[in-house]
Design a binder for this molecule. Sequence first.
Ligand SMILES: NC(=O)c1ccc[n+]([C@@H]2O[C@H](COP(=O)([O-])OP(=O)(O)OC[C@H]3O[C@@H](n4cnc5c(N)ncnc54)[C@H](OP(=O)(O)O)[C@@H]3O)[C@@H](O)[C@H]2O)c1
Length: 329
Amino acid sequence: MQPPADAAGREETGAGAAASGLVAVTGATGFVGQALCNALVAHHRTRALVRNRDAGSRLPPEVEAVQGSLDDEASLAPLVEDVGTVIHLAGLVSARRDDDYRRVNGAGTQRLLAAVGKAARPARVLLVSSLAARTPAASPYAASKRAGEDAAADSGLEVCVVRPPAVYGPHDRGALPIFRQLSRGLLVAPGGAEARFSLLYVDDLARLLCRVLARPVWRGEVIEPDDARPGGYGWADLAALAAPLVGRPVRCVRAPRPLVWCAALAAESIAAVRGRAPMLSRGKLGELWYPDWVCRERPVDAMAGWTPRVGFVEGASLTLDWYRRHGWL
Ligand SMILES: NC(=O)c1ccc[n+]([C@@H]2O[C@H](COP(=O)([O-])OP(=O)(O)OC[C@H]3O[C@@H](n4cnc5c(N)ncnc54)[C@H](OP(=O)(O)O)[C@@H]3O)[C@@H](O)[C@H]2O)c1
């Protein structure tokens, strides 16, 4: 599955002439953003949006941090000035209120695009959306990611859209509850019996974004990258594949939707008391019960020769190992 890279690894990191110039990243301090910055800095001058100075310590030292927020368009101007490409990752994957998704993933993306459009030489924009955007009616999150895509399509800027499926790997708190259950030998599947979904290991996503960067021209392509498992996964597949990794059989039981609704309500209440966004919310149920989150759009040219390297067994092994070493499991 591994594509050839030249001795300096230039092909892999998109360090071609077309990709030269400063790259600005939003969401660099998050789960995907940290993996992306680690891959980017080898070949690109990289600038990152940080909401506070402390967050900058999560970035490689080569990255230039610019303080600002998607909530404040003026703060985005210094981020995008003199930049060749903006990779827009910042967003909410969980929120305390449905409106927060619209404010950050929809309107926040619009503010970023407006700032890019006002620059002396507008950068091109690589928008990291979500497979959820394919079905905006599925949830407030899905609708907000589609709103971001629509804003990009209407912006008049040179744009490429990447819609990752569920992404997992070291540092990820989103998939931690699933890995906790797998490691205990009991997976309570929070979704429909027939639900199928694609997966992608975080370093493979980072490599894809670097590859796309090497393409000289973008024409609004939409890419849905996954780990190349035909038909994706069901919850029972995850249980079966994880069993040898956790050293015990993993039972997979279905949680009925009303029960998950109650669990979501409880999670929302606990999160509200703690002042955090809940991992599980009632708004996410439409996504969890949607039957088909399997990637389909894989335009060969736009993916610039990218192929995934890490399937679930290897990726889950790396992730479990990282969680254990960091005391998360
Ligand atoms: N993880 C997945 O499975 C997955 C799947 C498909 C698509 N995606 C997309 O990939 C992107 C990154 O996801 P992730 O899992 O890395 O999320 P994450 O770990 O929660 O990181 C989110 C990032 O966005 C930043 N951010 C949030 N609100 C912001 C605002 N108002 N202004 C500026 N920055 C803001 C955060 O900054 P702070 O560090 O300051 O909080 C953080 O850097 C998101 O757009 C998500 O929709 C993720």
